[in-house]
Ligand binder design. Structure first.
Ligand code: GTQ
Length: 350
């Protein structure tokens, strides 16, 4: 409200509000400014989780509860500005999952889309629809919505990865469905690497395969570190860095060239030693994982030191400047593709 009300009108309005409220009626003019803001005002905060610290808590939990007992043994990385929400940004979730040698995480499927980004350990698997992806550090593995998936660790070391899901988005739409497979593991349907050979070479089979069962046409689900790292290195060797991103590559779905999943975009970037990015703000709050190197994220005048395997969340519309001490390699995921489909995505490049 702009012009002042008389005392009498204000008193009568208060009484009117009290009378309406039990009928589910409320005056817009009291709340309009908070609903339709001139710019995003995310309650989420910039936050960094130190890997060593989180890892220690996760291993302690591992001594007390098995993966089968927990179903998913995960420490949620909850944004301190979104308490009680289990969210890292307003739309996305992040957690650290531990599978100890010999354990399995039972097979299930859900409406939520998930990505796994391996933090440590080698040789455990994620199976999607009965096809195993053998996971190595910094591999990206997808479990797209409604695909059966289970995880198992047949290696001799603990395996820890970051789970990135669109849980808050699915909750927002009240569209969550989930179910368990009666068996704890899906029977093996094809050999590991089958979809990469069929769909990962800029080709696709003319006749249908098991992967065509995926309703949302996402045949590829394993993006190995060895491959994306080489592509990034090549880009860095042959091109000048983009002033805002450095050298950056988005992971794509080969079926349509778009983002990896309907609600989640994922990318990697390499900032050469000594590089400072130009400031940039975007509506897609982003969760970053430091893959290699040291650097600093400056957000709203505050410097946050970045070390390998740390996780950093930068909410919507916070201006970010990245500084690379040594060559700095980051993985990041956000809801950019969802916002683009809804006509909401915006960025500001300083
Ligand atoms: O692996 O399916 O961190 O359903 C949270 C919810 C992992 C999973 C999480 C999940 C999963």
């Amino acid at each position: 409200m702009s012009a002042a009300l008389s005392n009498d009108a204000a008193t009568q309005l208060k009484a009117l509000y009290a009378e309406m409220q039990p009928r589910g009626l409320y005056p817009l003019w009291e709340v309009l400014g908070a609903l339709v803001t001139p710019q995003p005002r995310s309650p989420a905060r910039v936050h960094r989780w130190r890997y060593a610290e989180a890892r220690d808590y996760l291993l302690r939990a591992g001594d007390l509860i098995s993966a089968a007992q927990a179903e998913r043994r995960v420490l949620i990385m909850e944004n301190p500005g979104l308490p009680g929400s289990s969210s890292a940004t307003s739309s996305l979730y992040a957690g650290l999952q531990l599978i100890l040698p010999g354990e399995i995480a039972p097979c299930h499927r859900h409406a939520q889309c998930a990505l796994r980004f391996v933090m440590e350990g080698e040789g455990a698997f994620t199976a999607v629809d009965g096809e195993k992806a053998i996971m190595r550090p910094f591999d990206l593995v997808l479990t797209p919505g409604w695909q059966w998936h289970d995880h198992g660790n047949t290696s001799a070391q603990p395996m820890i990865w970051l789970d990135g899901l669109d849980i808050p988005t699915v909750l927002h739409f009240d569209a969550s469905f989930a179910e368990h497979l009666p068996a704890s593991a899906h029977p093996e349907t094809v050999a590991p690497g089958d979809t990469a050979l069929r769909y990962g070479r800029n080709m696709r089979p003319i006749r249908g395969t098991a992967a065509d069962r995926r309703h949302n046409s996402q045949p590829l689900f394993h993006y190995p570190y060895a491959e994306w790292r080489e592509s990034l290195e090549n880009l860095a060797r042959t091109t000048a860095p983009d002033p805002h991103f450095g050298h950056a590559l988005e992971f794509t779905n080969p079926a349509d060239g778009g983002a990896v999943m309907p609600t989640i975009s994922a990318h990697v970037r390499l900032l050469p030693a000594g590089f400072t990015s130009r400031p940039r703000a975007a509506t897609d709050g982003t969760i970053f994982v430091v893959v290699e190197g040291q650097g600093t994220a400056r957000v709203e005048g505050k410097d946050i030191a970045l070390q390998p395997r740390d996780t950093l969340v930068v909410p919507s519309w916070r201006e970010l400047v990245l500084q690379a001490g040594t060559d700095l390699i980051l993985f990041g995921y956000s809801d950019r593709t969802a916002q683009e489909k809804l006509g909401l995505f915006r960025e500001h490049r300083g």
